[in-house]
Ligand binder design. Structure first.
Ligand code: PLP
Length: 358
């Protein structure tokens, strides 16, 4: 039996996607060639990347609205740099909600003045700041929709005149939003889409071409738009697997369907965290993430023995990847789109067993 995989990524993929992807490694499209052996310029692969790009826009409700979907390389981390390179003339505004936002800010500072409109660092990023204003002369506002490490998630986004840029690496395709409010969205594939190696970028075409600097070809969105995401050899396996996951999601009923499942999963787990005296949730309740639930053993009763017992129980229950991020410790249950509800039930059962036997 496959493990209940609560890992924060990479990566959790639906069984049927893994099956099809592994078959394609041996024999793609019955051509007696592997997916990774064929030319990326072949009709077979061009169809794959075109399908993946249009599925991404379709699922987000952004078809025919002036956006382009690109599959790039360099991870979401390269987008910290690329967004600023392409869009920052003088000044940009950033919301600092954790490690990934901080890294985005660090890169952007190479290109201009950065105004950090608010930060939740004072409480180790366990909440989302709400009261801030965005300078109207900023070239854009950047935020991180879901903070993978801390288990917080933005439930609403500011109304602003300036272009809105969002790192959605760990909650893309997981919930309904008005995606047309965003001017640029990026997400590493390796949480809700596919293996590491490609990054989805959704860019509104008319925000480009406004900076004065010369942008190197490989860091210029326009290069990839002009070449249909094929300026250089794309990571064919990561793109193909992402396409399969997007097809899977569409077949299930798209974002409206998966959002309901994600809400059921997170409601089940948070109810147990709040009911069971042995555990304490780490993030502020109103900002809790539906994707990454962070919690600890309640500090007043925590002991090495209790922790060891819990760790033994969840490992025995075939659960994987529950340790918190190395920078904050505790536990983190990541419940990406492909994690079934019964896996969350398996974790809740273990939490209750710990309570019964302690
Ligand atoms: N942004 C968020 C929200 C993340 O969770 C991560 C990685 O987990 C990153 C950015 C960095 O992504 P990558 O490793 O693809 O550069």
């Amino acid at each position: 039996m496959k493990k209940h995989n609560f890992s924060a990524g990479p990566c959790i993929l639906p069984e049927e996607v893994l099956q099809k992807a592994s078959e394609a490694i041996i024999n793609f499209n019955d051509d007696d060639l592997s997916l990774v052996e064929i030319s990326h310029r072949s009709t077979s692969f061009v169809n794959v990347i075109e399908n993946a790009r249009s599925l991404a826009l379709e699922l987000l409700g952004l078809e025919n609205k002036g956006y382009t979907a690109l599959f790039l390389q360099g991870g979401a981390s390269n987008q910290f740099l690329m967004t600023a390179y392409n869009l920052l003339n003088k000044k940009a505004a950033y919301l600092n909600t954790g490690t990934w936002s901080s890294k985005a800010i660090k890169e952007a500072k190479l290109f201009g003045e950065i105004v950090t409109v608010a930060s939740s660092e004072d409480k180790n990023f366990n909440y989302i700041p709400k009261n801030y204003s965005i300078p109207t002369d900023a070239d854009y506002f950047h935020c991180t929709s879901n903070n993978t490490i801390y288990g917080t998630q933005m439930k609403s986004f500011p109304e602003t005149e300036v272009p809105l840029i969002c790192d959605m690496s760990s909650d893309i395709f997981s919930r309904e939003l008005d995606f047309s409010k965003f001017d640029l969205i990026y997400a590493g594939a390796q949480k809700n889409m596919g293996p590491a190696g490609t990054t989805l970028v959704i860019v509104k075409n008319d925000i480009l071409g406004k900076v004065e600097r010369i942008i190197p070809s490989m860091l210029n969105y326009q290069t990839f738009i002009d070449k249909d995401s094929m300026f250089n050899t794309p990571p064919v396996f990561a793109v193909y697997t992402s396409m399969l996951t997007l097809e899977w999601l569409k077949k299930l009923g798209g974002i409206p369907f998966i959002e309901k499942v994600n809400e059921q999963k997170s409601a089940l787990l948070y109810a147990e965290i709040d009911r069971n005296q042995l555990f304490t949730g780490s993030a502020t309740i109103e900002d809790r993430s539906h994707m990454n639930a962070t919690f600890t053993i309640t500090s007043s009763i925590a002991s090495e023995a209790l922790k060891n017992k819990f760790d033994t129980l969840w490992k025995q229950a075939n659960i994987n990847g529950l340790d918190g991020h190395r920078s904050i410790g505790g536990y983190r249950a990541s419940m990406y789109n492909a994690l079934p509800l019964y896996s969350v039930q398996a974790l809740v059962d273990v939490m209750q067993e710990l309570e019964r036997t302690s």
